[in-house]
Ligand binder design. Structure first.
Ligand code: F6R
Length: 588
């Protein structure tokens, strides 16, 4: 995800900007840039790819006396990762960096275009600087305030103009931090760049904005307020992990924010909108084939339940490594959907090529813009999960399922705006829940294996829960349809067989409960996850009561992820880099 830095009143601003961006590299990016005031002009330097490219360009740029500046690493969401789309975006006399998404950028762009203002990028961010300059009548602060009033969506913004030795800043929905060390003022979108430069920082709240010269002038709703300084962490590595023990843990906790980003501008009160799709694309489509591997395949399975039930489109989900060699019947009334976090998985990519060769329309659900899969597919919906470092996929899975849910709403012309928001809410990790799972995990270390069971959409979640556990704990685990246990696997039931039962209140409650009873009667050790308390099992994790199964799904997902992680941590394993696994599987 994108990163922001900025500084003013600093001896060597370019050094902080570049070093700061390096600290944000781990978040993933595909282009970077800086803007500085130098010799009374705003100079912008940008480069696609690694920061080294930007550094080389900065060295050759002949900057004379840079006074202050802003910088950005961009993870493409609106528009390809090109130099033109990279931040900072500039106008005639100012430049801006921005994280988040301006939901009404199309409207603003059209209005400004009518006034003769030209745009060069495909981004939503460019409207901020163009709007600022449009409003500018000699008072930059007024123009900035007016600009903010017009923006809808989420943002962390830094803006500079050649007319003032100041940095204008604002936050709504995307993180922004301002730190002070004497007269030196630093900005960053997370802690890591600030460590070593300042000891205390103000973490902006939504709605706060202001201007920095050699002081921080902070406002909320046109009222001046005082910054509230907190101590910064002192350890860069732990700051990168946000104080979490593992990236996986951080990524589990990030799911709430990531899902907000994933649904921003897409889940609207008027139904689902996808900028990247048009209804014509789906004309003549009677079937869907979803092709994917591993966790992405499990997300695809959830998609099948939703697409068939809601959108009434026949959907088959295929493991890509099987599909590519089994000479499948591919008919042109089929939409071929590939799901991939990395966009580089060899088997998935090959099936995509195969479908294209057969003349099918193709759609990718992918987290990495400009990846091989995105380049190959006709259309792409980006997952906007930000870089995922933990080998065991968590937040990418959450965004895959959410995107499929939105897609099925889109195709069914169904509006589940409220339920989608409710589902996002339950992914906020509750510390009491995490603590309970941490404690429970010690009982689940030494059995002869795990079964995760569920019905309907909770069956793919059972598969995913079991995959998470085996990947990082190395304990054997299987996901099974709850109703299928009696057809064989129940023979394994004894006190050392652990069962995680995903018991939905909303889908087939009584039937799943009976399946649990069958296991309890054979002495299996059962942990039930449900909003409905059932006394018979050994352990119970209560989730929120809700009327929508997808809301249950997202909370149960969180529980299975935390459980897998806590078991693995107790086993002393490296949760982020489990043995034998790679993050991106580019071989078949
Ligand atoms: C499991 C996991 C893998 C991937 C699979 C596909 O935690 O991460 O099972 O889901 O290798 O990878 P992508 O989604 O990058 O195509």
């Amino acid at each position: 995800m994108c990163g922001i830095v900025g500084c003013i009143g600093v001896k060597n601003p370019v050094e902080y900007l570049i070093e700061g961006l390096k600290e944000l590299e781990y978040r993933g990016y595909d282009s970077a840039g800086i803007a500085v005031k130098d010799e009374n002009e705003i100079k912008v330097i940008k480069a696609v790819g690694k920061l080294k490219n930007l550094e080389d360009k900065v060295k050759k740029s002949g900057l004379k006396n840079p006074e202050f500046g802003i910088g950005h690493t961009r993870w493409a969401t609106h528009g390809k990762p090109t130099e033109i789309n990279a931040h900072p975006h500039r106008g005639a006399f100012s430049a801006v960096v921005h994280n988040g998404i301006i939901e009404n950028y199309q409207e603003i762009k059209k209005e400004l275009q009518k006034e003769g203002i030209e745009f060069i990028s495909q981004t939503d961010t460019e409207v901020i600087v163009k709007l600022f300059e449009y409003y500018y009548e000699g008072d930059s602060f007024k123009a900035f305030e007016k600009t903010l009033k017009k923006l809808e969506g989420a943002y962390a913004i830094l803006l500079i103009t050649k007319y003032e030795d100041k940095i204008f800043f604002a936050k709504k929905g995307s993180p922004l931090i301002v730190a002070k060390n004497g007269n030196e003022i630093y900005f960053a979108s997370s802690d890591a760049p600030l460590i070593g430069y300042a000891e205390k920082a103000h973490y902006l709240e939504d709605g706060e904005y202001g201007v920095a010269d050699n002081e921080i002038h902070l406002y909320n709703d046109s009222q001046k307020i005082s910054p509230y300084f907190k101590s910064l962490p002192t350890n860069k590595e732990s700051a990168k992990k946000g104080g979490f023990r593992f990236y996986m843990e951080k990524e589990i906790y990030e799911q709430y924010d990531v899902l907000k980003e994933n649904t921003l501008g897409r889940n609207t009160p008027d139904g689902i909108k996808f900028d990247e799709l048009d209804r014509e694309f789906f004309e003549g489509i009677n079937n869907i084939i979803i092709s994917a591997c591993g966790t992405s395949y499990h997300a695809g399975l959830v998609g099948k339940y939703l697409l068939e039930r809601d959108a009434k489109i026949r959907t088959n989900v295929e493991v890509a490594s099987e599909l590519r060699y089994r000479e499948p019947l591919l008919t042109k009334d089929t939409l071929f959907v590939v799901i991939s976090q990395s966009g580089e998985t060899a088997d998935t990519l090959e099936t995509l090529k195969m479908a294209k060769k057969a003349g099918l329309k193709t759609l990718a659900l992918c987290n990495v813009d400009n990846s091989s899969i995105v380049r190959e597919a006709d259309k792409t919906i980006l997952l906007r999960a930000g870089i995922e470092k933990g080998v065991a996929s968590t937040k990418a899975f959450a965004t895959q399922v959410m995107t499929l849910w939105m897609l099925s709403n889109y195709l069914a012309q169904k509006n589940e705006y409220e339920a989608i928001n409710e589902a996002i809410e339950v992914t906020k990790v509750d510390s009491a829940l995490h603590e309970k799972i941490k404690r429970l995990s010690k009982r689940y270390l030494h059995g002869h294996g795990f079964f995760y069971i569920g019905r309907d959409i909770f069956f793919p979640l059972a598969l995913e829960g079991a995959l998470k556990l085996k990947e990082i704990s190395y304990i054997h685990a299987e996901g099974y349809p709850a109703g299928e246990m009696k057809h064989g696997p129940i023979a394994l039931a004894d006190p050392d067989l652990y069962v995680v039962a995903l018991l939905s209140k909303n889908i087939l409650f009584e039937k799943t409960k009976s399946n649990i009873e069958e296991l309890v009667a054979r002495d299996a050790t059962v942990l039930t996850v449900s909003s409905e308390y059932i006394e018979m099992t050994d352990d119970f994790i209560k989730i929120n009561d809700t009327a929508h199964p997808m809301v249950e799904f997202f909370e149960m997902m969180l529980v299975t992820q935390l459980l897998a992680m806590e078991v693995a941590i107790r086993m002393g394993n490296d949760v982020d880099m489990p043995r034998n696994l790679a993050k991106s599987v580019t071989v078949e």
